[in-house]
Design a protein around this ligand. Sequence first.
Ligand SMILES: [Zn+2]
Length: 266
Amino acid sequence: MIKIHRINYDRCPLCNSNDLAAEIKANCSKHPLYSPSLSEIITWLRCKHCNHSFTDGYFDAAGFEELAKKSQGNQVFSLQQAEQWRLISGRIVTNVSNLRNSYSGRWLDIGFGNGALLLTAQEFGYKVTGIDLRYSSIEALKPYIEDIRCQDYLDVDEYEQYDVISMADVLEHVPFPKIFLDHSNKLLRPSGLIFISLPNMSSPIWEVLNKNNANPYWGEIEHFHNFSRERLVSLLRDYDFEYCHYGISERYRACMEVIARKVINK
Ligand SMILES: [Zn+2]
């Protein structure tokens, strides 16, 4: 069997510092997406300069392909998922819309997974576009959504065309998140909103999970990053986004949701 290795980060993927410390080693062999061609051990590092937490390496195309061979149940469209996640998605769309004072415009969802957020944004009145790299997700949503694409996010080139871009539990899966934020800024219209949900490493519940040896994220094979609210907000600021909402994400354990507005700095 060919063993798939990670490509090592030699610097912090957020601030480029090479002042890094080993943080924790976790076993991921019980993860539903684990396969024996991947390493059982995930090594987490901490940047001493900006305090970001990240894995010692990220997967190349072969690694992502191996992970994409299986799907987790909650990432797949089904009647049960659509009903259960419609309520959670409805609250997200409401929060975003209240900040915009509008229920219309173009909404782009990156990595739409089970499709619930896209379907719900469409239900509220948005013209939605969804991209995902899993063919099964594309096929499942096609009957319900017109503009659904199997496309790399960085290949989307409709600059300043979107009013809302959502990344629900996506950024921690991306080897270099800064590129995604930079690209999002280019695709959003002035004053457009970005919605991001992901685990919050600086939440008290994160510490409680650690103390109980029950933090699921150290062994999360698909994640390369643990963000704190503070680090995410400062990174958003670097890409000309103004932080305007914090909430507890109802999607996964210990998760936060952050909404930020594109500002034009003259
Ligand atoms: Zn750093």
